[in-house]
Ligand binder design. Structure first.
Ligand SMILES: NC(=O)c1ccc[n+]([C@@H]2O[C@H](COP(=O)([O-])OP(=O)(O)OC[C@H]3O[C@@H](n4cnc5c(N)ncnc54)[C@H](OP(=O)(O)O)[C@@H]3O)[C@@H](O)[C@H]2O)c1
Length: 266
């Protein structure tokens, strides 16, 4: 029951009404008997600064940060972990008496999810995209000493970040497709059914592991499956990044099974 002493957590983004985070975070609080609630805060860009200050003033305990604010939020953080500095993006804030702590749990979510399907230590990996999700994934891949190829529609953005993560920029995904073991889509391409493909997906073969950050079965994943490759969507990554946020806020082990079950089939 929500009472006077119920703690409030949430996700701040724009748009954010579609977010699955309230579903699994509330399930986690309920299952652990924690007196807390998790809500979605849809905040327009012109109100963002006021919203961050307001969250603190209202004694909100913590929030996830999603598109388009993962980079903009760094300016308000008092304490940032090293991974946040390297990735230049945060997806988790904890409000404490010392100030605003910023964390990035996206890379942890990715690593945990992909490791359930393949060992990526030292593997050849092609990363598509050079935005916030890409930087988190590049950070994770670098830790695993993967040999990283990076492609982005806007090549200059890939060239800018590649040296930070020891990645090699490629002109076309097809240039290295037969050399890589793993392909990771970090772009939003595939969210809409009529999105044009990022490359010729028919070039995928059964030796590939294909990971898509998008939570549903995209055209990329459908073709990968049809061609005998292992196809992994972004739903587990989402739950695992949220589970790490839960741990940061509560200091408790997240009930992963409960969290996963709550978003199945949504
Ligand atoms: N599963 C999870 O837990 C999880 C976690 C984080 C993010 N995500 C998802 O990851 C996606 C990307 O998020 P983000 O924060 O990285 O966004 P972002 O920083 O805005 O980056 C977007 C990336 O997508 C590329 N892109 C967009 N439209 C494209 C198109 N039509 N063709 C080719 N490339 C295109 C951009 O290329 P340019 O540089 O050329 O514009 C850029 O590389 C979103 O769908 C988000 O929901 C999932």
């Amino acid at each position: 029951m929500i009472k006077g002493d119920t703690e409030i957590y949430g996700v701040i983004g724009f748009p954010v009404k579609h977010s699955l985070s309230p579903v699994f975070q509330n399930e986690a609080f309920r299952s652990e008997g924690i007196n807390a609630v998790y809500v979605a805060f849809e905040v327009k860009p012109e109100d963002f600064e006021e919203a961050i200050r307001g969250l603190r003033a209202l004694n909100i305990k913590g929030v996830n940060v999603t598109l388009p604010y993962k980079e903009a939020v760094l300016k308000y953080a008092d304490i940032t972990s090293n991974d946040v500095k390297v990735i230049s993006s945060a997806n988790t804030l904890k409000f404490t008496s010392e100030g605003i702590e910023a964390y990035n749990t996206d890379w942890m979510g990715f690593l945990r999810s992909i490791k359930e399907h393949t060992d990526i230590k030292g593997k050849n990996v092609l990363v598509l995209g050079a935005g916030g999700a890409s930087r988190a994934i590049l950070f994770a891949l670098q830790r695993e000493e993967a040999n990283i190829y990076l492609w982005n529609r806007t090549k200059s953005k890939a060239q800018q970040i590649a040296p930070l993560f020891g990645a090699t920029v490629v002109d076309m995904p097809e240039d290295v497709i037969h050399e890589v073991d793993v392909i990771v889509n970090t772009t939003s391409v595939g969210l809409n059914e009529n999105d044009p493909p990022l490359f010729n997906y028919e070039k995928i073969d059964e030796k590939h592991v294909v990971f898509d950050v998008i939570y549903k079965e995209t055209e990329l994943l459908k073709t990968a499956k049809l061609r005998g490759a292992k196809a992994i969507d972004g739903l587990d990554m989402l739950v695992y990044q949220g589970a790490e946020s839960f741990k940061i806020w509560t200091g408790k082990e997240p009930p992963i099974k409960v969290m996963k079950k709550s978003v199945q089939g949504i």
